[in-house]
Design a binder for this molecule. Structure first.
Ligand code: KIV
Ligand code: ZN
Length: 560
């Protein structure tokens, strides 16, 4: 019995020992051509209607595409009418070239020429399949028959263009040997040489030769070898623009495109989020932003990513996966504590150093460059480290918790995440902080107070403290306000607490500015605990911090 995998044959690489592409690097953006409205559209469960296509077209123009394949006008009335609407409503900017696809069949070519009437810049893209497999199982034709179809198509296209000379249309030709990567390399070169000849290609009037990886059935390096072979064997390369059209069957559409550019491709056809037949087309947004992240101008603008994504989702009725590079909802978040910590440090470093380069670990690009934000980077869940919650308290709410307090607050946050079995949103982190530190007024509560500076450089604390349900007047002297307070409250049960550290900062600015004090005490049972106090008067804020630490210590002692 054959095993399931034994019915497949491995792809046989073409063997190109002299290959030079592995040593090249990408230094500039190729010519981009969006095929969202054709390859992408034909693969939708519900193809786009007129309004949706027009909205998508407008968005592609805004992104910066100068070549846009708008459809297959000979394939259906709807496609034909959408193209007519674009032309007749004058929706195509002068610097944008529309592209129309047609099979290399005479009646379809004629219909396509009718459909483009009145357009200023058009690419007529014709194709036929040249693959070894399709010749065997679909057409039952030798390579000669396949070449004849392409050459006849080319001649007719040239003739129909000549007939339109007086129409002031700028027509470019594109030919695709469909399933290029499944075609013997010498056959792919031969058919393209003949098509170029039939089209009368010259260096001034170049023909686009588009090499589809129609079905991705090998590792990306194999495609790159095929592209390099093609580029080095084509007779009149100066009269051609080498384009690639990779699909994504093995999930390597982006990689295959990048290696193909290194191998000589000057133009790339793909779709903005990778929609297309089966597993889709190469994702141009990802390829472009990969270049962007290497310091190369991609010549496409994704600074309004959330808007572009919303148009895509509306028109295609498809969703973008949360992990989709650059666009996914979760790709600028860090769940792991060590990642969160490194990101915090990177962001702080960027601020302090004024570095002109992006130097934040774990974030390949600055989310702000594509209209996304820093805020959602840190997510707080039970896996987050102690720094994550402190980061939220600092960036969202202005509380700069002392480093030594991070483990204490981090543990409270983790316990809360475990309790509710979910992550905490920034507001929920604040609520927990509020509940744990700012609104803990029992059993001790400061009702009123007065601080008196004596001439002998001592301070006197005088006030009313409620202990449980009864108010007590207390008064004592000390070396400073905290010392005086500790002396004053001995009589009502606050003793054996040891003051360890103190830090403070302003919380807000302006007339009613507030200060926050973080107090660390050692409680009678030896454990260390923080208290937080907020007040307009920094001295009172620290006294409130002491009371908070005492109350928390008593609360936690009770819980234990
Ligand atoms: O994938 C493909 O081969 C195509 C061609 C029509 C260019 O879409
Ligand atoms: Zn395709």
């Amino acid at each position: 019995m054959k095993k399931a995998w034994e019915k497949y044959r491995p792809f046989v690489p073409i063997g190109l020992p002299e290959r030079s592409w592995p040593d090249r690097v990408i230094t500039e953006a190729p010519v981009w051509c969006s095929v969202d409205l054709r390859d992408g559209n034909q693969a939708l469960v519900e193809p786009m209607n007129l309004e949706e296509k027009l909205l998508f077209f407008k968005t592609l123009v805004e992104i910066g595409f100068k070549e846009i394949e708008v459809g297959f006008p000979s394939a259906s009335e709807t496609e034909y009418e959408i193209l007519r609407a674009l032309i007749e409503r004058n929706l195509i900017p002068d610097d944008v070239t529309i592209q129309v696809l047609v099979q290399a069949r005479p009646h379809l070519i004629r219909k396509t020429f009718d459909a483009i009437d009145g357009a200023k810049n058009v690419i007529i893209h014709f194709y036929n399949s040249t693959s070894t497999l399709q010749r065997k199982v679909v057409f039952h034709k030798e390579m000669e028959g396949v070449i004849d179809i392409a050459v006849e198509g080319a001649k007719l296209i040239r003739e129909l263009t000549e007939n339109r000379k007086d129409k002031n249309m700028n027509i470019t030709y594109e030919y695709s040997p469909e399933s290029f990567s499944g075609t013997e390399p010498e056959n792919a070169v031969m058919i393209c040489d003949k098509v170029m000849e039939a089209l009368g290609a010259t260096p001034e009037n170049k023909v686009i030769l588009n090499l589809p990886n129609t079905v991705e059935n090998a590792t990306p390096n194999c495609f790159a070898d095929q592209v390099e072979y093609f580029c080095t064997h084509l007779k009149n390369k100066d009269s051609a623009i080498i384009s690639v059209h990779p699909h994504n069957d093995r999930g390597c559409g982006v990689a295959a495109t990048e290696l193909a550019i290194m191998a000589g491709a000057q133009r790339v056809e793909g779709t903005v989020f990778g929609n297309g037949e089966r597993t889709g087309n190469a994702d141009i947004m990802v390829i472009a932003l990969n270049m962007f992240s290497q310091g190369i101008d991609p010549k496409l603008d994704f600074s309004k990513m959330p808007y572009i994504k919303s148009v895509y989702e509306k028109c295609t009725k498809m969703n973008i996966n949360e992990r989709h590079p650059y666009a996914g909802a979760l790709v600028f978040t860090a769940f792991s504590g060590s990642h969160q910590d490194a990101i915090n440090k990177g962001i702080a470093y960027m601020k302090d150093s004024g570095s002109e380069f992006w130097e934040v670990p774990y974030l390949p690009i600055d989310p702000a460059d594509i209209g996304r934000e820093y805020e959602p980077i840190i997510r707080i869940n039970s896996q987050s480290g102690k720094g994550g919650a402190a980061y939220i308290m600092h960036t969202n709410f202005g509380y700069d918790l002392p480093k030594a307090m991070h483990p204490e607050f981090g543990a409270l946050v983790k316990a809360e995440c475990d309790r509710i079995g979910a992550e905490l949103k920034p507001d929920e982190v604040y609520s927990l902080f509020e509940q744990e530190y700012l609104s803990i007024h029992y059993p001790y509560n400061l009702k009123s107070y007065r601080l008196i500076d004596n001439n002998d450089s001592t301070t006197e604390f005088e006030g009313v403290i409620r202990y449980r349900h009864q108010d007590y007047n207390v008064r004592a002297k000390g070396n400073g306000p905290v010392d005086a307070f500790f002396s004053a409250v001995k009589s009502i049960g606050i003793h054996d607490f040891e003051f360890i550290t103190y830090s403070e900062h302003a919380l807000s600015s302006g007339a009613d500015s507030k200060a926050v004090a973080y107090i660390k005490l050692r409680s009678p049972n030896g454990s260390e605990i923080y208290g937080v106090g907020v007040d307009n008067n920094i001295l009172i804020a620290s006294i409130k911090g002491v009371i908070c630490a005492v109350n928390r210590s008593m609360k936690h002692a009770k819980e234990e």
